[in-house]
Design a protein around this ligand. Structure first.
Ligand code: OOG
Ligand code: NI
Length: 446
């Protein structure tokens, strides 16, 4: 039996091999990331606190885009077979600075132990076909008709996925078949693209064309994790790969790393076949796949996130002035999540531990290790979409948007969509209870 986590690790590895063959610049990104990571680890310091080198080296997130609730539910089934559950609801139609007609979630492992084994995640977006700001009723009808006729995931793949979810894995032979079918479902299709239909959708939104203008889905980027993203950015430029003009997320500074910093290179023009109006097959190119890289820091609480959201658009000096410069302050002010452990090296001097977090940390009773942010940022996500679109498209900002929310998405997926804050809080709380018990304190603070 190949258990769930090994299916996930094998899937992530095979997808990476496939993407490297299809998008050679991705391989350059992997090489440069690996060099930077080796150097950072080699310098010593505390890089390992945000994840061991084995985890960070294997770590990737991918992104796919689908067109219908049914396709979204099927994707959820495939990811469930890999131990990846939907976490978070992202409405990129509202995300500043640009509107993209999708709502999204991230499929990822939720337990700390599973994340440590392999943290593979896939940011999955659903085209908002009912949103009148983008699609009028007539186009919505044709778009949904087109999407309803296509099949992204073959029945054999979905059956194997359901069996893998039910049994917690697959025997070797069926695992092999499942992995081969799953990777194939995310490859770029050689099918000719209908030029007139693609162009019509592209005029509204390049994302609509990417999702609804072709008969299959594809991984549109696969992102490695790097321990020093500023250094990586410089080196990619050195290798002649033009990156977007900035690193998104918190600014570089000498305080704690928080949330997520990302940058990318723009999608490259790739040769594709097109079906022309007269039925003939012609050649052309599409820019749909790009390269992204990211650095991860501590997960923030709701209060920490509110502070981040307030400061993110501001100049770096404002950030430096307002954002806590030490992990201790992030912990004591409940702005970030930590895993607490009783300190092993504290000399026994006969004193009793105090009953407050500040006292426990300052007295050396507890150690605190930041919990890594495993999710995404809507503003960066919208920026990533936008940086790869040729133009803004045409949407009517005054029409009313269709309503989509987390409950609606749970209904579509027939699975609960987890709240990321709840997941981090549960990890922190259980570590604190255990640590307090270990120190002989009542489980809960007074
Ligand atoms: C997904 C963009 C979101 C990220 O890292 O924020 C994303 C997409 O382009 O489909 O992957
Ligand atoms: Ni991404």
């Amino acid at each position: 039996m190949i258990p769930t986590w090994r299916l996930r690790a094998a899937f992530a590895r095979r997808l990476s091999d496939m993407y490297g063959k299809e998008v050679p610049a991705y391989t350059t990104l992997l090489e440069v990331s690996a060099h930077v990571n080796d150097e950072v680890i080699g310098r010593g310091g505390d890089a390992g606190r945000l994840g061991g080198i084995a985890r960070v080296t294997a770590e990737r997130h991918g992104a796919i885009r689908v067109g219908t609730p049914r396709e979204m539910r099927q994707a959820a089934q495939i990811f469930a077979a890999l131990g990846m559950a939907p976490v978070g609801f992202y409405d990129l139609r509202e995300a500043a600075p640009s509107a993209v007609p999708v709502v999204s979630t991230a499929f990822r492992p939720v337990d700390a132990e599973e994340l440590e084994r392999n943290p593979f995640r896939v940011f999955t977006s659903l085209l908002a076909t009912a949103d009148r700001r983008f699609f009028d009723a007539e186009l919505q009808g044709r778009l949904e008709g087109f999407l309803g006729r296509r099949e992204l995931f073959p029945p054999a793949l979905l059956e194997l996925a359901a069996a893998a979810e039910r049994d917690g894995g697959l025997d070797e032979q069926r695992a092999e078949r499942f992995l081969a079918l799953a990777v194939a479902a995310f490859e770029l299709s050689p099918e000719p693209v209908d030029r007139a239909w693609y162009t019509e959708l592209e005029r509204i939104s390049a994302v609509a064309a990417d999702v609804g203008g072709v008969a299959s889905t594809h991984i549109n980027h696969l992102t490695p994790r790097v321990l020093d993203i500023d250094e990586l950015y410089r080196r990619m430029a050195h290798r002649g790969i033009t990156m977007i003009d900035r690193i998104q997320g918190p600014p570089r500074w000498d305080g704690p790393d928080v949330l997520l910093r990302q940058t990318s290179f723009r999608a490259l023009a790739e040769p594709r076949r097109f079906r022309e109006r007269d039925g003939s097959i012609g050649e052309g190119t599409l820019r749909v796949r790009f390269g992204e890289v990211e650095a991860r820091g501590a997960a923030l609480t709701r209060a920490g996130r509110a502070l981040y959201d307030e400061l993110v658009g501001e100049p770096a000096e404002r950030w430096a002035a307002r954002f806590p410069r030490t992990e201790r302050r992030l912990a004591i002010e409940s702005l970030a999540y930590f895993r607490f452990e009783p300190a092993v090296d504290r000399p026994r001097d006969g004193s009793r531990p105090p009953d407050d977090l500040a006292g426990l940390l300052d007295g050396g009773w507890l150690s605190a290790c930041p919990i890594v942010y495993e999710d995404f940022l809507p503003r960066s996500a919208a920026g990533i979409f936008q940086s790869n679109l040729a133009d803004e498209g045409a949407h009517d900002a005054f029409a009313t948007g269709a309503h989509y929310d987390q409950d609606w998405l749970s209904g579509v997926l027939e699975r609960p969509v987890h709240d990321p804050f709840d997941l981090y809080a549960a990890q922190q709380d259980s570590s604190l209870r255990q640590a307090r018990q270990g120190l002989g304190l009542p489980k809960d603070a007074l």
